[in-house]
Design a protein around this ligand. Structure first.
Ligand code: NDP
Ligand code: OXD
Length: 315
């Protein structure tokens, strides 16, 4: 008779440098009979699954038996070339409570800009009352770089707020009331018609330094930029120069080349840059543990799971 492995026999190695205790508790709750063990050189080779965040170079090669490796985040850029380190599929978080947070962050930024909150704040500082005409929404096109789990959810929310919304992705999308642009050939026209740019791309070889002076200059004068994806997608000095020259009106920056953002970086004190400390969508431990547990159960049952990273495209 064929033997089937039960979920309760599984050994799971956890490599979570921060919040390890909270992750262990949440995973034990989500997978009550599995053994959750902190990763070690000894535990690695026996693990059926591994759950990692920013693993040091010796972690992945030690996972000789792992059937899958779960990344404790949506972005997998902290795991360069997972295929070279392990044959097991790398699975990222998809949504797990992050889409709602991204919607909040981006809608706040878009409305703050569209409703000219900072203009009125400046008037208030000078005790001035000067109502401005309502800007036509059709002239406030919002462009989202990335139309995946998060970009797609943000696009839908902005459509509900009746903004004209366009997305740019590698492959073409069909989201209701969203204009889809795809591939490098369509990036310039996407940018040229975008008044408010939101970056929700993964960091890969193809997206590193994508938003440099040449590309940001394609945005119309007075455009604003939000980076909630990864710092190295934007060339900081080019963004600051275009703000200083008045081509760009403002920026919301949540992610940086070096985190935490180093003291003395021009973003800190720039009057038209809003800095937040990588909090636009934080990883929620209970939701993420539930999602990982559910995927482990599906994999054990031989079913497909969402969020498997494509080794060729790197996201
Ligand atoms: P997805 O993989 O679901 O979506 C990625 C999107 O980017 C897809 O639409 C994809 O196109 C597109 N894309 C990738 N490469 C290219 C390219 N070279 N040219 C054009 N389009 C491209 O990812 P998520 O939406 O879940 O997350 C996006 C990113 O957000 C993460 O990788 C992470 O870096 C960041 N993030 C930031 C957080 C924060 O707190 N600041 C929190 C969570 C995530 P296609 O659909 O055609 O494949
Ligand atoms: C993520 C993040 O990628 O938190 O999940 O940035």
């Amino acid at each position: 008779m064929p033997t089937t492995r039960r979920v309760d026999a599984l050994r799971i190695a956890l490599y979570a440098p921060s919040d390890a205790e909270a992750w262990t508790i949440a995973l034990e709750r989500a997978l009550p009979q599995a053994r959750i063990e902190p990763w070690s050189r000894e535990a690695g080779p026996d693990a059926d699954y591994a759950i990692v965040w920013r693993p040091l170079p010796d972690v992945l090669p030690s996972l000789r038996r792992a059937k899958a490796i779960f990344n404790l985040g949506a972005g997998v850029d902290a795991i360069p070339e997972p295929g070279a380190q392990t044959r097991a599929p790398l699975i990222r978080l998809d949504d797990a409570g992050m889409a709602e947070q991204m919607i909040e962050y981006v809608c706040h930024a878009a409305l703050r800009c569209y409703r000219e909150v900072d203009v009125y704040a400046e008037q208030q500082r000078r005790a001035v009352r000067r109502p401005r005409p309502r800007a036509p929404k059709r002239e406030f096109a919002i462009g989202i770089l990335g139309a995946g789990v998060l970009g797609g959810a943000v696009a839908e929310a902005l459509v509900r707020l009746r903004f004209p919304v366009r997305t740019w992705s590698r492959t073409r999308k069909e989201l209701p009331d969203v204009t889809s642009f795809a591939g490098m050939a369509e990036l310039a026209s996407f940018l040229a018609g975008t008044r408010f740019l939101v970056c929700l791309l993964p960091l890969t070889d193809a997206t590193r330094n994508l938003l440099d002076r040449a590309r940001l200059s394609l945005l119309p004068r007075g455009a604003s930029v939000v980076n909630v994806a990864r710092g190295p997608i934007v060339v900081d000095a080019d963004l600051v120069a275009l703000l200083d020259e008045g081509h760009l009106a403002g920026a919301f920056v949540d992610v940086f080349r070096d985190e935490p953002l180093p003291p003395g970086h021009p973003f800190w004190h720039h009057p038209r840059v809003v800095v937040t400390p990588h909090v636009s969508a934080v990883t929620l431990i209970a939701e993420s543990a539930e999602q990982i547990a559910d995927k482990i159960r599906r994999l054990e049952a031989g079913l497909p799971v969402a969020g498997v990273v494509d080794r060729v495209f790197g996201y």
